[in-house]
Design a protein around this ligand. Structure first.
Ligand SMILES: [Zn+2]
Length: 164
């Protein structure tokens, strides 16, 4: 399964838009309304009075094993954590099916990598505004101890497998 992504620009309003064929039955318009496009996997329909106003910046066909939407469907508060976790093992977030139970068992990191991540996460959580903290943890106290408690809980529940 593959999908198409076209990055295009309107010559009139200069707006740059990225259209994605996975967004079905949706027309993308530039802000001045001069150009619209309906991009699907098997066809692409432009709607404009002047074809010359369309600038195609980049066109690509992407083979994707796992849909990006799995990442986007994660609770927003969790996304930065998962993103960083993936970065640490050099796996794009789009490769992971987060709906699969135990998705975190598919990759490994060393105890040292794990500890570094805990430090990062504790720091990140420590500096988070209370409203954001509340979405992740009942205890919103701004103490280093609480931040580390949170970070370890996340890693022990959802961290990558550790290897020796
Ligand atoms: Zn326009």
């Amino acid at each position: 399964m593959s999908h198409k992504i076209i990055t295009w620009q309107c010559k009139k309003c200069n707006e740059i838009i990225q259209s994605d064929s996975r967004e079905h039955h949706k027309m993308d318009f530039c802000k001045c309304g001069n150009i619209g496009v309906d991009l699907e996997e098997d066809y692409c329909r432009w709607s404009t009075n002047n074809q010359d106003d369309i600038i195609i910046i980049k066109e690509s066909e992407v083979e994707n094993m796992v849909e990006e939407r799995y990442y986007k469907e994660l609770p927003e508060a969790l996304q930065p954590i998962v993103k960083e976790m993936c970065k640490r093992v050099k796996v794009p977030v789009t490769k992971i099916n987060f709906t699969k139970p135990q998705w975190f068992m598919d990759y490994t990191w060393t105890a040292v990598q794990q500890e570094k991540f805990v430090n990062w996460l504790a720091d990140w959580f420590y500096n988070l505004p209370v409203s954001k903290k509340r979405e992740l943890n009942k205890n919103t106290n701004k103490t280093k101890k609480n931040a580390f408690k949170f970070a370890w809980a996340v890693v022990l529940n959802y961290g990558w497998k550790t290897k020796e």
